[in-house]
Write a protein that binds this ligand. Structure first.
Ligand SMILES: Cc1cc2nc3c(=O)[nH]c(=O)nc-3n(C[C@H](O)[C@H](O)[C@H](O)COP(=O)(O)O)c2cc1C
Length: 172
């Protein structure tokens, strides 16, 4: 796992290649095996592989989402706020875990933030995604994880760049 994290980077360029069923099944299983507060599992995951929908989802924000149009898959991570007051934490865990499992299978991925982001002056990014995919209002949209076979390589962050001063022992 530490080796996976040493090589982990956000990948925003993808090959034009579909993800096979076995890998998709692993991604689904990883999501559903994530821990959640009180085991409530307040999440819903929408796997989007339709090219037209990916094109439209890529326009969810002015910045930081356009690469989704070239991804093989976007996983829309939603949390039911009526089921858990800590759906944000639960959905964040699922979002990062699926990224790591994707990486371990040779895929690249990037988190696209939706919660608290805007689509346009009169529409939030969340409303845009809800409308496009028919998601009911009680389901909050946390993120979209774009996934595909990597068409870029990125250097790992050097060990020397890690901010170990952020780790304190026993007292601040
Ligand atoms: C909560 C969160 C939100 C993020 N939102 C976006 C986003 O909307 N668009 C994007 O391109 N990258 C997004 N990222 C990826 C970060 O930009 C990226 O992790 C950071 O720049 C460090 O780069 P690295 O992942 O390659 O180490 C997000 C990452 C996190 C954890």
């Amino acid at each position: 796992m530490i080796d996976l994290l040493r090589r982990r980077r956000s990948i925003r360029k993808y090959e034009k290649k579909a993800i096979g069923k076995e890998l998709l099944d692993d991604l689904k299983e990883a999501l559903l095996r994530c821990p959640s507060s009180r085991g409530i599992n307040p999440w819903i995951f929408i796997f989007v592989d339709d090219a037209r929908l990916l094109d439209q989802l890529a326009m969810v924000k002015e910045h930081g989402s356009s690469f989704l149009k070239n991804a093989a898959l976007g996983i829309v991570v939603c949390g039911d706020e009526t089921k858990s007051d800590v759906w944000v934490e639960d959905c964040s865990i699922a979002s990062i875990v699926v990224q790591l499992v994707a990486q371990s299978s040779g895929l690249g991925s990037c988190w696209i933030q939706i919660r608290k982001r805007v689509h346009s002056p009169d529409m939030t990014a969340e409303e845009y995604v809800q409308k496009l995919l028919g998601i009911p209002a009680r389901l909050k949209v946390e993120s979209i994880i774009s996934i595909g076979y990597p068409a870029e390589t990125k250097k790992p962050v050097p060990h020397a760049n890690l901010t170990f001063e952020k780790i304190h022992y026993n007292q601040y």
